[in-house]
Write a protein that binds this ligand. Structure first.
Ligand code: NAP
Length: 474
């Protein structure tokens, strides 16, 4: 009788595509399962951690310390990281299907939703994804430029990403210098001419998606006033009834903080963050570049699903501005060879099992976790139970024999393929050297780290460090 997959002599081989929180929690769950398992984690960048590195705001260092947990997961003797290896280019779906019993997609949501208003393409109109990636030294976005000399910027959206953007734009150079913001972004933000940041929520203050801690932080900025017109906080009858009827801890705490902002006399600070509600963008104005944003006032109505939705109510107005950031949600992109639901921006799945759209049946051995599974919602911790659900499905499939494959080659064969295809792949040990170098560079600047923002730069620095550490043969 052949040896069971998952026995010590025949470990379960799993490829995890993407090295953000959901990928690491999936790896952890597999490691805790009691099954002998080899987890190989791939990332197209040489650096791991997904949005923890490239999305979490640079002034939220405490949140980033979650990577210590990921370091422990990576320290498992049967864990490997293959960074700088892109799925679909350096290794294909067919390759991985042959080399692993199971594949877990943990690629997150790489792009953003669009507002769908005229003028969205104009220079000066940007997605939050671009701006956040830029100030976080993400190689995809490091070469972008933003007209920070402008006087007023509008941020569309009322989620935590909108809060991050508004806070970073309103922060002082001194505050930012103590973070791991990209060095080029720090220079440009320090010289920024922006005096007013207007944040637009399409629904009312009782429906805002941001959380109270993030809202409160706006009010703690030393060089910015937060401005809320008290009239904006007078709830419409439907919201009023809902607040009275339904409990909502975050909502109620948000309203209290907002009332506090509205009651505060402005200090005449250098910058202002203006929070407006029930206002939607209609058109971005300008011929060659953004010169303004036409907005309309909304009212709320009860939709068929019972939620309060916005609809246009009153005359339009124009906000003069040179910069518009849309922070209205991320969006997943398809992976070559993997089913994708373009409407939802996700991999179709049932409890994490990837579904074949034509048959509606699970694709054997393929799973999804995180934002590509459930959509771009939730904080880092949300991914833990989400990944646990997927790994439970995977382990159930293993137990029922659905993952049986006669001849999955060992790791050394896979590494042979990688040496042929992508000689400069980056291991976890390599990443730890990059990490060390970034921290050393940061220390000199009084910051937690100074990130490399170009892949070539990372690989070059890594090569030099390895060279220095090589024992001398002289
Ligand atoms: P989000 O929480 O889904 O918020 C999106 C916002 O955009 C909502 O206010 C939404 O309004 C609005 N919106 C959507 N379409 C719009 C349109 N066409 N016009 C105007 N407004 C529109 O998304 P997010 O801010 O990108 O955050 C994603 C996830 O990451 C969230 O779960 C968030 O909490 C998390 N996150 C957490 C932190 C943190 O913990 N510090 C930081 C960043 C992100 P409606 O509500 O009306 O749809």
């Amino acid at each position: 009788m052949s040896v069971q997959i998952g026995a010590a002599e025949r470990p379960l081989r799993v490829a995890v595509i993407g090295s953000g929180p959901s990928g690491f929690y999936a790896a952890e769950e597999l490691q805790r399962s009691g099954v002998a398992v080899q987890v190989d984690m791939y990332d197209r960048l040489p650096t791991p951690f997904g949005l923890v590195r490239g999305g979490v705001a640079p002034d939220h260092q405490k949140i980033k310390s979650v990577t210590r947990v990921y370091d422990k997961i990576a320290a498992h003797p049967e864990f490997r990281f293959y960074g700088n290896v892109e799925f679909g280019r350096d290794v294909t779906h067919a390759d991985l299907s042959a080399y692993y019993h199971a594949i877990i997609y943990a690629v997150g949501a790489r792009t953003d939703r669009r507002m769908g208003v005229p003028g969205e393409h104009l220079p000066g109109s940007h997605s939050a994804t671009e701006f956040v990636g830029w100030y976080n030294a993400h190689p995809d976005h490091r070469s972008l430029s933003f007209r920070l000399g402008s006087e007023r910027a509008v941020v569309v959206g009322n989620g935590n990403v909108a809060m991050d953007l508004a806070r970073i734009l309103a922060s002082s150079a001194e505050q930012l210098a103590a973070t791991d913001v990209a060095d080029y972004a720090l220079r440009e933000l320090a010289a920024s001419g922006i005096r007013e940041i207007v944040v637009l929520g399409r629904r009312g203050p009782a429906q805002a998606a941001f959380t109270t801690k993030e809202l409160r932080e706006l009010g703690e900025l030393p060089e910015a006033d937060v401005v809320v017109d008290p009239a904006e906080l007078e709830l419409d009858p439907l919201s009023h009834a809902e607040v009275a009827r339904l409990p909502g801890r975050t909502r109620d705490a948000n309203l209290e903080v907002l009332r506090g902002f509205a009651a505060r006399p402005p200090r005449g600070a250098q910058r202002r963050v203006v929070l407006r509600f029930l206002t939607s963008p209609v058109r971005i104005l300008g011929a060659e570049r953004v010169q303004g944003l036409e907005v309309e006032r909304n009212e709320l109505y009860r939709a068929e699903d019972g939620t309060l939705r916005p609809r246009p109510a009153e005359a339009r107005e124009t906000i003069a501005c040179d910069l518009v950031f849309r922070a209205i949600g991320y969006q997943g992109v398809p992976l070559p060879g993997v089913p994708f639901d373009a409407w939802a921006g996700r991999i179709p799945n049932h409890g994490g099992r990837v579904l074949d759209p034509a048959r509606g049946e699970p694709v054997v051995g393929e799973y999804a976790v995180g934002w590509i599974k459930r959509g771009p919602q939730g904080i880092i911790g949300t991914n833990k139970p989400d990944s646990q659900e997927t790994v439970s499905a995977l382990l159930a499939d293993l137990a029922s024999g659905r993952l049986d494959k006669p001849d999955v080659p060992g790791r050394e064969v896979l590494e042979g393929l990688l040496y042929e295809r992508k000689r400069d792949f980056v291991s976890y040990e390599d990443w730890q050297l990059i990490d060390e170098l970034e921290r050393e560079r940061g220390e000199r600047a009084g910051a937690p780290r100074l990130k490399f923002s170009r892949v070539e730069e990372m690989l070059h620095a890594l090569g030099e460090r390895r060279e220095r550490e090589r024992p001398s043969t002289a």
